[in-house]
Design a protein around this ligand. Structure first.
Ligand code: ADP
Ligand code: MG
Length: 354
């Protein structure tokens, strides 16, 4: 069975193939759950012995995602992240281990990407959200005012006291470029800790996987195409890692014939206009999600240089040009195990949580 990921058309298939000379022990069955979190539908696929166990395990995984949403949401004024933003311009604030970890990883990606990924980009993102609603470009003045509040060099993290200081009054954080990948991977870690290593968790274009389904070398991951409505053309196998996709396939605004993405260049304050889809594979979800956003902002040439410099990461970029689509692949992308386009239906029933 294929899982169609809302909007992104990333198709992930896990096919249970009986292997030759199989063990007499019963093979675990496949269970699938879905719940809304972080403004997306999160899917969870899990192999275990019975439905009651699968339900209990999935509850723990979804609870972990909900816990991270309560910490990271910028739609909920009560989230830990938003409460931290209210203290901008003041003294260092003690934060939870999860928030400190997300901010540390974000600052690290800011430094590695020379500012292309910037979790302090919120004031600029806010302008472009309004631009999408009103189909009207932000004024240069507004962009300049917002940009003055952006820069992760003004975010001070102290690991010893686990405190965070936003040094400028008015600074705001937006974990939208890292949160879903981080949460999908955290859910996989929870499942592993609880004894369920054969699992996949996906929040829209951010997927994390544990051990592969029985008898298989990996989960079959479809690469999201540039056109949100068409099916993936390429598939590869992945186990114990994460994959994230960024692009302008869904969220964008078109003004005077120019298409501006919901991903903005923090250094210019402008929505990225390159028509691209970026897929990143990495050992963990926070890295995959933040890196795909950074690569999207940097564009194929500089983006791939960044990917080459980060161990165990790989990327594929498809860029639309007037002469047709161009594909760029990092060196480690070529080492992924390609998988044929899957066609066999899955054997076990689908369970959807209410
Ligand atoms: P998606 O939200 O489509 O999965 P991304 O993972 O690339 O795609 O995240 C995009 C979100 O990240 C935006 O909606 C915004 O909240 C935030 N964002 C936009 N531009 C940047 C940037 N340059 N650096 C960090 N976060 C960004
Ligand atoms: Mg991202």
């Amino acid at each position: 069975m294929s899982i169609k990921f809302a909007g992104r058309c990333l198709i992930v298939l896990a096919l249970g193939c009986p292997g030759l000379g199989a063990e007499p022990a019963p093979k675990p069955s496949r269970f699938e759950f879905a719940e809304p979190h972080m403004g997306s539908e999160f899917k969870l696929v899990l192999y275990t012995n019975d439905e009651a166990t699968a339900r209990r395990a999935s509850r723990k995984a979804f609870d972990r995602i909900a816990e991270l949403d309560n910490i990271l949401s910028d739609y909920n004024n009560d989230s830990e992240l938003m409460r931290l933003c209210e203290k901008a311009g003041g003294a260092p604030v003690p934060v939870s281990p999860d928030l400190f970890d997300v901010l540390s990883r974000s600052v690290s990606m800011y430094e590695q990407s020379e500012g292309a990924f910037d979790i302090t980009v919120a004031p600029v993102v806010r302008l472009w959200r309004r631009a999408r609603r009103e189909i009207k470009l932000p004024t240069p003045d507004r962009i300049a005012q917002a940009r003055a509040l952006v820069g992760s060099d003004q975010l001070k993290l102290d690991p010893a006291s686990r405190t965070v200081q936003l040094r400028k009054k008015g600074m705001r954080l937006d974990a939208g470029g890292i949160g879903k990948g981080y949460a999908a991977f955290a859910a996989i870690e929870t499942l592993k800790k609880e004894g369920y290593p054969i699992a996949l968790v996906a929040g829209s274009g951010d997927i994390a996987v544990g051990d592969p389904p029985p008898g298989r070398a990996g989960w079959t991951i479809g690469v999201a195409p540039l056109d949100a409505s068409s099916p993936p053309k390429r598939h590869f196998l992945l186990a114990n890692g994460a994959v994230s996709t960024s692009g302008d396939a869904e969220k964008f605004v078109e003004i005077d014939g120019k298409r501006y993405s919901h991903i903005v260049d923090p250094r210019t304050g402008i929505g990225v206009i390159d028509r691209c889809s970026v897929t990143v594979v990495a050992p963990d979800g926070g890295l995959a999600d933040s890196l795909d956003t950074a690569v999207y902002v940097l564009g194929p040439e500089r983006g791939l240089r960044l990917v080459e410099s980060i161990p165990n990461t790989a990327a594929m970029i498809v860029r639309r040009t007037p002469l047709g689509d161009q594909t760029f692949e990092s060196s480690r992308w070529k080492q992924l195990t390609p998988a044929p386009s899957p066609a066999t239906p899955i054997e076990t029933p689908t369970i959807r949580t209410p």
